[in-house]
Design a binder for this molecule. Structure first.
Ligand SMILES: N[C@@H](CCC(=O)N[C@@H](CS)C(=O)NCC(=O)O)C(=O)O
Length: 232
């Protein structure tokens, strides 16, 4: 094959690869807890993707997000012509697309509980979310302990203890790292920032989550950011 033909084949292949690669639209890594979840899942399971980062709380944030999703929120996953929005829908889509990999636990009962705790996280824990928002770079020891946040912390500890002992063999929530751990990774970030004291087994779980390469890579990204969003 001549060099020019080779170049043409190569550029067609690259173009095809570029068009086929998943795109995840996210917010700031320091602040966007919802973005963190699918990003960690994609990274933990070695699913190739490119990221588009939109800075939150800016005059052009809404316009920038609207280019990808009419829902006006990140994260958004683009797969060719398909747009999937909302962190839980994205994780479900990824699990379906990569069914050969155990993004959800393999065993039926464990999978049902994993889905339950992710749904509980997705629809609840407003006390924790509003009083102790994710700010990975910061350190606010003892702040944000409203009664509602304390209640949420108690419930999260109960969930973790239950899953780690029943399904997790004291490793990740369901043994191997799964969507459930990615879903609780932003909580681990909050517990570090606000220095929530935990029972040793739960602290060890938090340390394992923070040390997971996908989570560590997100933290590194957050530390490299410089924007400060006081209202977020
Ligand atoms: N339920 C949604 C929540 C998404 C969400 O609230 N995202 C925030 C960032 S973490 C956002 O896009 N805010 C838009 C803005 O700040 O303008 C999900 O799970 O994806």
């Amino acid at each position: 094959m001549q060099n020019t033909e080779l170049d043409a084949v190569l550029s067609q292949t690259l173009e095809k690869a570029r068009r086929n690669i998943l795109t995840l639209v996210i917010g700031n890594k320091n602040y966007s807890s919802w973005s963190m979840r699918p990003w960690v899942v994609l990274t933990a399971f070695d699913i190739p993707f490119q990221e588009v980062r939109i800075c939150l709380d800016q005059p052009d944030t809404d316009t920038n997000i609207a280019e990808y999703s009419a829902a006006g929120r990140v994260p958004v996953l683009i797969d060719g012509q398909l747009t999937v929005w909302d962190s839980l829908a994205i994780c479900e889509y990824l699990a379906e697309q990569c069914s050969e990999r155990a993004l959800w636990p393999k065993e039926t009962a464990a999978r049902a509980v994993a889905r339950s705790i992710c749904a509980e996280m997705h629809s609840g824990f407003g006390g924790l979310r509003s009083a102790m928002s994710m700010d990975i770079r910061a350190s606010y020891p003892g702040r944000g302990r409203t009664p509602e946040a304390q209640g949420d912390i108690g419930r999260i500890c109960e969930i973790w203890e239950d899953c780690l002992s029943k399904f997790g063999h004291h490793e990740f929530l369901f043994g191997d790292f799964s969507i459930a751990d990615a879903y609780f990774a932003p909580v681990v970030m909050r517990f570090r920032t606000y220095q929530v004291s935990l029972a040793p087994a739960l602290q060890a779980y938090c340390d394992r989550v923070a040390a997971h390469p996908a989570v560590a890579s997100w933290i590194a990204g957050a530390l490299a950011e410089t924007e400060v969003l006081p209202d977020h």
